[in-house]
Design a binder for this molecule. Structure first.
Ligand code: ZN
Length: 166
């Protein structure tokens, strides 16, 4: 058995530890639990290095914002094309007028979506702003349809702001 106090091996019938003099009669059968586990060199070198105080900035969230904006914009563009060239509309003067009025709006949305996609691919601050402005122009050119482009516009402005804080 081992001495409880100092951990030395002592004979099982010993009453006192040879090394430290600890009385052993009341602690027979007890096994020593080393209080201190020395750290091996392997443990030390496998410890991860201290985390850097500043994490590198990630634009994953911004990329998702731009992707959502592009998705909404593209879906709205598809919806516009379906409504104008879908065939249900007649060929009267009213329809032509409506198409003429909607053209600037569609052009702005089309360009906004294209720049939006490039802004997403390149995570470009300038392209984010450009698409945000074009979405805004789309709103201004057809205020009645503001609800369709206000979300991508806001998302692109947010992306512009986020990328700007580099
Ligand atoms: Zn001892």
């Amino acid at each position: 058995m081992y001495c409880k106090k100092c951990g030395s091996f002592v004979l099982s019938d010993a009453k006192y530890c040879n090394e430290c003099g600890q009385r052993l009669t009341d602690q027979l059968e007890s096994t020593p639990q080393p209080a201190y586990q020395p750290q091996t060199y392997q443990d030390m070198i496998e410890q991860p290095p201290a985390a850097p105080s500043r994490k590198p900035k990630s634009y994953a969230g911004t990329a998702i914002l731009l992707l959502i904006a592009a998705g909404i914009g593209a879906y709205y563009l598809y919806y516009l094309y379906q409504n104008i060239y879908g065939g249900s509309a007649g060929s009267g003067l009213g329809t032509m007028l409506a198409q003429a009025l909607i053209m600037p709006h569609m052009a702005a949305v089309s360009l906004a979506v294209i720049l939006n996609i490039f802004a997403w691919l390149a995570l470009s601050r300038g392209l984010s702003l450009a698409s945000a402005i074009l979405y805004t122009i789309a709103i201004v050119s057809m205020p009645i349809a503001w609800a369709n482009t206000v979300i991508p516009a806001v998302l692109c402005y947010i992306a512009f702001g986020t990328l700007g804080s580099k």
